[in-house]
Design a protein around this ligand. Structure first.
Ligand SMILES: Cc1ncc(COP(=O)(O)O)c(C=O)c1O
Ligand SMILES: N[C@@H](CCCC[NH3+])C(=O)O
Length: 415
């Protein structure tokens, strides 16, 4: 069941009309569905129920505290990449004991903060980072739980900007250097080796690359065991793709089952997953108003009040996201539009060549915007960032107010 669906020719989020949300709260506004977030999280959790596991939502995909609090209440863990994300998880009521900390360059301050909060594990990406964590842990006189992020060198077949598991990418520790890095970690007195992890890329639409990466990791786990280094959890990262247009991504059930079946003979190895997009993308839309329609000799433009600063994915990756009217005009002929924002860049489009029956003041919904949407927004062109709303049945929660213009320069000064 889709919780964003038309009822009486009006697009709804759960039991609330998006036309009503636009009228009461203005645009541009992100709208999330609590039921969708929960259903997607449970799809992963249920599929792994036969195996010890932890689902760590990738906070980078959507770090709104309201969204994180929904997942925290389900018992979710979290994958973070900064001290800021850890602070958000704590503010949302998340359990730091279920937090894994990824990222290629954690600062000393971030490591200290995470150690003080007693997070589950640091996913370490280099020799130098092992030394840095050792130094901070020694200063605090604690043991730091660590896992090494192994770069398995598998091709994830995704957009080159979001492929992370190849030798050419900056991420992780080379597969060939994994054993010596673990041996080195074992010599550091304030580190406790807990796990092994990988993350091979994002928006993957096949299961095979995940399984290939897992197989490479499992053979490493066995090799390490023979050297008396015992891995307690295996973290396969995130990356499961979603349907934006016509991609056919595996259902989380099928994907998680494929991974879990490889682990069936290893009940001692806890499985961790870090899905972001698969949980959040189709749990959100971006509501926007048509300001003007404009025509030149070559094109029709629908100029909307959302722009690349609100949703960067089309400009950055040429990503395609569906754009639909909230109140479809049934008797108006469709025209082919480029759907563009008010920002002064030719790359400022949210959709190209879209067939729409629209007029000024109509409200549109850009779909699949719950992941890598608001989190990648900016104040470019001194635009205030969108409001964020979470719908829960008939309830509407404003989980982030629209920014106030004067706040944008509150920390600046004249000279
Ligand atoms: C280390 C790590 N874990 C998890 C994720 C989440 O990925 P996705 O949103 O594709 O599931 C990412 C982003 O690609 C990541 O870099
Ligand atoms: N921001 C990207 C995904 C990057 C994933 C983070 N490692 C997107 O919108 O698709």
């Amino acid at each position: 069941m889709d919780f964003f669906s038309y009822q009486d020719n009006t697009l709804f989020a759960e039991d609330v009309s998006l036309a009503q949300i636009a009228a009461e709260h203005g645009t541009p506004t992100y709208v999330y569905s609590r039921k969708t977030l929960e259903r997607h999280w449970y799809a992963f959790d249920n599929a792994l129920s036969a195996h010890p596991h932890l689902i760590c939502f990738a906070v980078k995909a959507n770090s709104n505290i309201g969204v994180l609090s929904v997942l925290a209440k389900l018992g979710s863990g979290f994958d973070i990449v900064s001290g800021g994300e850890l602070a958000r998880v704590l503010a949302a009521g998340g359990d730091p004991g279920k937090v894994v900390f990824s990222g290629v360059a954690k600062t000393e301050d971030e490591i200290r903060f995470a150690l003080e909060q007693e997070i589950l594990c640091f996913n370490v990406e280099s020799f130098a980072e092992l030394d840095r964590i050792q130094k901070v842990a020694a200063e605090l006189n604690v043991q730091a739980p660590i896992s090494l992020r192994i770069n398995p060198d598998v091709d994830a077949n995704t957009h080159p900007y979001i492929s992370t598991g190849l030798k050419a990418n900056k991420f992780g520790i080379e597969h060939e250097k994994a054993v010596e890095t673990y041996q080195y970690a074992k010599t550091l007195p304030n580190l406790t080796i807990k796990g092994m992890d990988c993350h091979i890329g994002s928006q993957l639409t096949e299961t095979a690359p995940f399984v290939d990466a897992l197989d490479r990791l499992l053979s490493l786990v066995d090799e390490l065991a023979s050297l008396d280094i015992h891995i307690k959890h295996l973290d396969v990262g995130g990356g499961l793709g979603v349907t934006y247009k016509d991609e056919v991504a595996p259902h989380p059930n099928d994907y998680a089952s494929a991974i879990a079946s490889r682990m069936a003979q290893r009940p001692e190895l806890t499985l961790i997953m870090e899905p972001g997009r698969a949980i959040a993308a189709n749990a959100g839309v971006l509501l926007t108003k048509v300001e003007f329609v404009k025509q030149n000799a070559e094109k029709n433009f629908a100029i909307i009040d959302a722009a690349m600063n609100d949703l960067l994915r089309p400009a950055l990756y040429s990503a395609w996201q569906d754009i639909v009217p909230v109140l479809p005009r049934l008797n108006t002929p469709k025209v082919t539009y480029d759907v563009v924002g008010p920002v002064c860049e030719t790359g400022d489009f949210l959709g190209k060549d879209r067939d729409l029956a629209i007029q000024s003041d109509d409200i549109l919904a850009v779909k699949s915007a719950g992941a890598y949407g608001f989190v990648m927004s900016s104040n470019y062109n001194t635009r205030t960032r969108a409001a964020e709303i979470l719908v829960d049945g008939e309830q509407v929660h404003v989980v982030r107010k629209r920014e106030v213009l004067a706040d944008l320069w509150a920390n600046e000064s004249t000279v």
